[in-house]
Design a binder for this molecule. Structure first.
Ligand SMILES: [Zn+2]
Length: 416
């Protein structure tokens, strides 16, 4: 099935950051054509006076926790992790599935077409991915057995999940919770799994000062240095947070082509007291994307909020309003994430996957706009209400009002 998206303003996010007034042909899962021509097609979407963007990619989430909204507020990370672990020990598959549907629908509503998830029970989360039509990069979380509520061996569980047959829109990954619950042995085993099945690795890294200081006390080395010395750093690693890292650690991340997922709102809400050293990471060539983290620590799975907060927080922190420009922030929400995941995502061009969003900026909050300020308005002024249509893997999964129909069904169901 092919769809011609006609007459839109296309923010391509290609290498030149071209903004084109063009038609897009989606055929099957892919973008087949971008230009002024009108190739043959089965269906049409009229995008006159609409903006077309690559769908946003959320590079750090725990969607299975979306039903925990409002239960984990006003606490720092150590307390947050204790309480989360208690909640986790009581969870049912039904609760995880319902939470995942809730979170995925929230993401789709705000134009997120792909997300990276770190949790156990990714097989349950996969069912929700299939149901909603979003694209999931699902990393089964591993950690040392004495710290987990998972049954059996977490690495074997992860391996079993990776080996399963997956649908088109699911890419399995292997995850690690973090250095505070993972021994070197776990890191070695995860690396082995990643190499054996050629899958990416996702982890929390240097999120809080306490976690880093505790680690230095016992290991006499900082976490990123340690992961470097045990051979764990590689271009297959996507590391969430990296708030408390030194220049030497930044150079190590750069040397090994590790990508960083910046979760600004979550870090600030958990009162981490610091901010990711974005300018230093960028000047050393580290690829940065954006993540929301979970509904427990954000509490919104919303890329518009993430983009705006990220931009203003780093600029305020460095006393300079162009430390990171809005174009760079949009890159982090789209093309940089595609690069981090080594997937043809985050750019509108022939051969890339057809994950697209169509925005209506003809609204109070985004008028006036034109080609020269549209990126600024998307980063600083737009919100979920501007998202008209969401296309994932060539299929329309949200058009106006289609998601909201059964929102009330989510009110009184089991999220535990
Ligand atoms: Zn997290």
């Amino acid at each position: 099935m092919s769809i011609l998206i006609r007459n839109g303003t296309v923010i391509t996010e290609n290498d030149n950051r071209d903004i084109l007034h063009a038609n897009i042909l989606v055929d099957g899962n892919d973008i087949k054509y971008v230009g002024r021509g009108e190739p043959d097609h089965d269906q049409e979407i009229d995008a006159t006076n609409r903006i077309i963007l690559p769908g946003f990619i959320n590079t750090h989430a725990h969607v299975g926790m979306s039903g925990f909204k409002g239960l984990l507020d006003d606490m720092v990370l150590s307390e947050f992790l204790d309480k989360t672990s208690k909640l986790d020990s009581q969870r049912t598959e039904e609760g995880i599935y319902n939470s995942s549907l809730l979170g995925m629908n929230e993401m789709i509503n705000s134009g997120i077409t792909s997300f990276v998830d770190l949790y156990y029970s990714e097989d349950v989360i996969e069912k929700a991915v299939e149901k909603t039509g979003i694209r999931g990069f699902l990393a089964w979380a591993t950690l040392d057995k004495e710290f987990t509520t998972q049954e059996g061996d977490p690495v074997k569980n992860a391996e079993r999940f990776i080996r399963k047959k997956h649908t088109d829109t699911v890419t399995p990954m292997v995850g690690i919770q973090g250095i505070y619950v993972s021994s070197d042995e776990n890191y070695y085993r995860v690396k082995e799994v990643s190499e054996k099945y050629t899958v990416m690795v996702h982890t929390h890294l240097s999120e809080t000062r306490k976690e880093v200081y505790d680690f230095v006390k016992t290991h006499n080395e900082r976490p990123v240095e340690h992961l470097g010395s045990i051979g764990f750093l590689s271009d297959k690693l996507l590391a969430a947070h990296c708030v408390w890292i030194t220049l030497n650690e930044i150079k190590l991340l750069a040397k090994h082509n590790v990508s960083v997922s910046w979760n600004g709102i979550s870090n600030a809400k958990l009162a981490s007291g610091g901010i990711v050293p974005v300018p230093e990471l960028l000047s050393n060539g580290v690829n940065i994307s954006l993540g929301t983290d979970s509904s427990g620590s954000n509490n919104s799975l919303n890329m518009f909020e993430e983009m705006k907060y990220s931009a203003i927080s780093i600029n305020n922190d460095r006393w300079s309003a162009d430390t990171v420009k809005s174009q760079q922030i949009l890159d982090m929400a789209t093309r940089n994430a595609g690069m981090a995941l080594k997937s043809p995502l985050g750019i509108i061009k022939e051969g890339y996957l057809a994950d697209l969003i169509i925005l209506d900026l003809n609204k109070y909050n985004t008028i006036p706009y034109n080609d020269s300020n549209v990126v600024n308005n998307i980063v600083f002024s737009a919100n979920s209400g501007n998202v008209d249509i969401v296309i994932v893997n060539g299929k329309v999964i949200k058009s106006k009002n289609s998601i909201h129909e059964d929102e009330s069904a989510y009110l009184n169901i089991n999220y535990l």
